[in-house]
Ligand binder design. Sequence first.
Ligand code: ADP
Ligand code: MG
Length: 248
Amino acid sequence: MSADPARPVVRVRDLHKSFGEHEVLRGIDLDVQAGEVVCVIGPSGSGKSTLLRCVNLLEQPTSGSIELLGAEVTDPDVDIDRVRTHVGMVFQQFNLFSHKTVLENCTMAQRTVLRRSRAEAERVALANLERVGLAERPDAMPAQLSGGQQQRVAIARALSMDPQLMLFDEPTSALDPELVGDVLGVMRDLADGGMTMLVVTHEMAFAREVGDRVVFMDEGSVVETGPADQVIGAPREERTRTFLQRVL
Ligand code: ADP
Ligand code: MG
């Protein structure tokens, strides 16, 4: 599956999601173009994670449409697993397999999902561990690594699947402050390399410098979206200004 460059990699239209009576997403529209880095900011509880989980098909939308790599994923005839193979996701909690080595964490899905040989999977994994600055620790267990190193393993694991889109949900929020920079540096390198990325983050400096566009969400709606410099540097909406005053 290769993305049509004329079509957005992600195209969300009028997305609604409710949990029981609680409407968490209230009609979201969002596009991410190939090679674009879109950062989603907003207060806790505004629906950012739910949006990402809908895009990655971890949550079933209540209504609306989501096109991913040209496939309408809300269409029951679409092979969801095949689409999902091309999307990497990195969570706040690194979600590594604790009883597997770093290398095994990065080769398992390659072998089971992509059916790569052990040698090929290890070659790809080591190249991606090198990319995140951890090539010297393939035999370590996750618990032997710092949080920042574990998160970089999680990124290498996702990259080893050759994703066409990377989703990040607050990848640095669980890290000690001194470890945040290394992870953001890896994400910045990915962005510079042309990766298409949708990033939920509280790191406003990162969003401003690395993001092509910023989306500000509040109470399940997109309040404001635009070039990163404009939304963060000169927000148009009062709610965006209030949020930024609190976090900057
Ligand atoms: P954010 O990531 O912006 O902090 P979330 O998307 O995690 O926001 O949550 C938005 C709202 O949806 C919150 O009120 C949260 O409690 C609720 N919510 C999220 N997931 C579930 C779920 N699985 N069941 C019920 N409520 C949920
Ligand atoms: Mg969240």
